[in-house]
Write a protein that binds this ligand. Sequence first.
Ligand SMILES: CC(C)(COP(=O)(O)OP(=O)(O)OC[C@H]1O[C@@H](n2cnc3c(N)ncnc32)[C@H](O)[C@@H]1OP(=O)(O)O)[C@@H](O)C(=O)NCCC(=O)NCCS
Length: 170
Amino acid sequence: MLEIRQENKKDYAEVYNVIKKAFMSAEHCDGNEQDLVVNLRESNNFIPELSLVAIDDNKIVGYILFTKIRIGKYEELALAPLAVLPEYQKQGIGKKLIEEGHKKAKKLGYQYSIVLGSERYYPKLGYVPASQYGIKAPFEVPNENFMAIELNNTDVEITGVVEYAKEFGI
Ligand SMILES: CC(C)(COP(=O)(O)OP(=O)(O)OC[C@H]1O[C@@H](n2cnc3c(N)ncnc32)[C@H](O)[C@@H]1OP(=O)(O)O)[C@@H](O)C(=O)NCCC(=O)NCCS
């Protein structure tokens, strides 16, 4: 049975390979998502509770990371990267990783998670164009590819341009 749990140090090498292999088959990738994760783990924007692995039969088959971003004076989350080994894709593992991440992020009190990605995939998990919330990307991107999900209801207005961790190089 598939287990989702927090990543620990012993997983780092295996996670590196999972991300590398997953993105080799990806439509959009810059080829160094695995190195981005290595750098983000050293950053103040890293949240250990939101670095999750999916395990099948003692093997890491998927990985997800949410890190801190800023929107105005508020601290929110960015989902990046999400990776599932090619031979395990389209079996619901990505979906489970996102759902578990959202559950934990809600408990931690975050309002929004944003993602840059496929408009065919993330809306299945509740993401809508971030512009609907008044959240803007700090770069040029088609409206439908820059998305957000509201994790907790709030009366506070969180709008503006996203500031990513410097490790993203944006
Ligand atoms: C994207 C990725 C993480 C999806 O993980 P997955 O475990 O295959 O996804 P799931 O099985 O949970 O799929 C959930 C739903 O999305 C659909 N889906 C999966 N990959 C999709 C894709 N690339 N485009 C459109 N729909 C997709 C599935 O058919 C499924 O739909 P359903 O619930 O209606 O049946 C995985 O394909 C991957 O690692 N890709 C390479 C890396 C990458 O591109 N990461 C995302 C960067 S934005």
